[in-house]
Design a binder for this molecule. Structure first.
Ligand code: FES
Length: 194
């Protein structure tokens, strides 16, 4: 990764033991999360601890997390755990936004405009700075690496899928764009996922 990744849990009602088995995506997640701990220090360690002490699986379907966007500086990505999956919150640079908006949607495997991948803020406007996605490759579930790949978005090292700066699949075997989870703004700098 060219930039710094940070990892922090703001609030997580969903962590559970389901992802602790032999799922290969889980192994990748541990690997990448370990790298994030090195960058984030105590915050990352707290994230791992909370993940391992999560509640039972019956909370899985109803849980939600709140994320403070003000903690994510331009050019950085926050990674949190939600319903046993990583969620990426990317504060995109103007260059990343321009690249995402310039794409001819008709050429995409999973056609979506950049705007269609955003959610309205408190003013009922789209703020292209913040991109929120489930960080799970739509091929076989590995965890993509940020600021990587041929489109400077995300790259899945398992079978070489390249996603652009909007998280849309551009090259490789993955069939779909990275999923945008259900989320909404609670105030100008805080969102609730789930
Ligand atoms: S799991 Fe990502 S490319 Fe196969």
């Amino acid at each position: 990764m060219k930039g710094q990744a940070v990892s922090e849990v703001i609030h997580d009602e969903n962590s559970n033991g389901e992802a602790h088995g032999e799922d290969p995506s889980r192994r990748d997640f541990i690997y990448i999360a370990t790298g994030a701990v090195a960058a984030a220090g105590a915050a990352g360690i707290g994230w791992m601890a909370i993940h391992q002490m999560g509640p039972a699986a019956d909370t899985l379907a109803v849980g939600s997390i709140e994320i403070d966007l003000s903690k994510v500086d331009e050019g950085q990505q926050l990674k949190v755990l939600w319903r046993g999956k990583p969620v990426f919150v990317r504060h995109r640079t103007p260059k990343e936004i321009a690249a995402a908006e310039a794409v001819d949607v008709a050429t995409l495997r999973d056609p979506q405009t950049d705007d269609e991948r955003l959610r309205p803020n408190m003013d009922n406007k789209l703020d292209p700075k913040y991109l929120v996605m489930v960080g799970v490759c739509t091929h076989f579930g590995c965890i993509p690496v940020g600021e990587a790949g041929e489109y400077d978005g995300w790259y899945c090292p398992c079978h070489a899928s390249h996603y652009d700066t909007s998280g849309r699949i551009r090259k490789g075997p993955a069939p779909k764009n990275l999923e945008v989870p259900e989320y909404a703004y609670l105030n100008p700098t805080r969102i609730k996922v789930g």
